[in-house]
Design a binder for this molecule. Structure first.
Ligand code: PLP
Length: 446
């Protein structure tokens, strides 16, 4: 009779049965993972006895390890978590037109080719004037992200000199954007002015070898209570007096005052330039609703100095993101924000949302309650868009949320005390039916 140890299938039999893994991960990695699975099974048997695992179990074990080591490209998920610009879920979803433009540019394209002359063209010519137009500025350009735009500005205009920043704006955004570290990397010297809660315009008149004044939108937090911060206009006056530029990191990429109540007080590119900022910068994949990018706009001489800096070449955009960014900016210029998913969701008709929520609630055994969708991406912190939320009472909402994440496609939802919360504002209406099925499947195993 075979002992349990002898029952562990041989490697060649495992490899023969794991054709799917070989096709996906390659033969070498698959053989190695199957060997590791067999070894782990042997050790387990020697340690605690029991039955030998079969072929199916060993292949599943190997697949889990291979997938963990090589997660593959990002998978689509259903965002029912109620955060529109969700940093962990890829920020702004791209428009259909942006996707089509990316597809068109994916092969050979005239990225830097002048079709009229057959000579060299400029990739910047497609983007830069559009950025300027969108921001209402003399000039503009686009780089890898807002962090890159800031590094470029600081390196081009502030290297080896002092940059004044309010202590209330020395922020960390999105995990790894830490202003003091960005400053250090750029070679500019950070000079802190004012205090955490109160900074006045005259604090920026301190003695220093000043290259520029920097204002940063403290996107993801608010200091409340006894606070004071100078307006852009007041800072512009100080900057003009010192004869240095005022640079404003606006953050979210709001182009102008859109009049939406949940964005009250959110700075915009045009608003900041009109108030006197010399250069503004922002992200492309937050409220702008486009791909990851950093937009820089303002005075032509300053933009040109940034553009000519060697770092600009290292931070430039590739053709796919240029395609998506140009298409996104064109939508803004055409007044077609509704074509951009983030804006469509933020401005979704409340009546329609209620109707969809009522259908979902009935199907999954929940109720519709009043709640809020967060704008996210550091925009309008604390303020949300009123939304109907489907609340499904259950004994272990965390376990249900965990099972939802294991579905195909995975669903991301919020779990609170005694209930699962589903926000349809961030779900495409075409996914409602699928969502109801996935939620039902995840609830029924409780
Ligand atoms: C989000 C944000 C950034 C970082 O933007 P990235 O595009 O992710 O580099 C920088 N500054 C502000 C104010 C922000 O809100």
């Amino acid at each position: 009779m075979e002992t349990p140890l002898e029952k562990i299938p041989r490697i060649d039999r495992l490899v023969d049965a794991a054709g799917g893994l070989v096709a996906r991960f390659g033969r070498g990695a698959t053989v190695e993972a199957l060997r590791a699975a067999a070894r782990a099974a042997r050790e387990q048997l020697l340690r605690s006895g029991g039955e030998a695992p079969g072929i199916v179990e060993l292949i599943a074990w190997a697949e889990r390890n291979l997938s963990a080591r090589r997660p593959g490209p990002p998978r689509p998920v259903i965002n029912a978590a109620g955060v529109v610009i969700h940093t962990n879920l890829g920020r702004a979803p791209l428009s259909t037109a942006a996707l089509e433009a990316m597809r068109a540019a994916a092969g050979y394209c005239d990225l830097e080719y002048d079709l009229a002359t057959g000579g060299r063209g400029s990739r910047g010519a497609r983007v830069d004037p559009l950025v300027a137009e969108a921001a209402g500025a003399e000039a503009g350009c686009a780089v890898n992200n807002a962090a890159a735009a800031l590094v470029l500005v600081l390196a081009a205009l502030g290297q080896g000199r002092d940059v004044l920043v309010s202590r209330g704006e020395l922020v960390e955004i999105g995990g790894s954007f830490r202003l003091p570290e960005i400053m250090a990397a750029s070679g500019a010297r950070l000079v802190e002015v004012g205090t955490t809660n109160r900074t006045r315009a005259r604090d920026y008149l301190c003695d220093a070898d000043v290259a520029l004044l920097l204002k940063v939108h403290p996107s993801n937090y608010r200091i409340t209570g006894f606070t004071e911060a100078p307006s852009v206009a007041e800072l512009a006056e100080v900057a003009a007096r010192r004869g240095v530029p005022l640079v404003h990191d606006v953050g979210s990429g709001l182009l102008g005052d859109a009049g939406d109540p949940w964005l009250a007080g959110e700075p915009s590119l045009r608003g900041s330039l009109q108030a006197g900022a010399d250069l503004v910068l922002c992200s492309g994949d937050k409220l702008l609703g486009g791909p990851q990018a950093g937009l820089l706009a303002g005075r032509a001489d300053l933009v040109e100095t940034c553009r000519r800096h060697p770092l600009a070449r290292a931070l430039r955009l590739d053709k796919l993101r240029i395609a998506a960014l140009v298409t996104t900016l064109e939508a803004h210029m055409a007044g077609a924000e509704r074509d951009l998913p983030a804006w469509r969701m933020l401005r979704a008709d409340t009546g329609e949302l209620h109707a969809r929520a009522a259908v979902l609630a009935t199907r999954v055994g929940g109720v519709v309650v009043q709640g809020e969708t967060l704008v996210g991406g550091g925009s309008a912190p604390g303020a949300g868009v009123p939304s109907p939320i489907v609340r499904v009472g259950c004994r272990s909402p965390d376990a249900v949320a965990g099972r939802l994440r294991e579905q195909n496609p995975p669903v991301v939802a919020r779990a609170e005390d005694g209930a699962l919360l589903l926000d349809l504002r961030t779900v495409a209406p075409a996914d409602d039916d699928l969502l109801a099925k996935l939620v039902t499947a995840s609830l029924s195993r409780t």
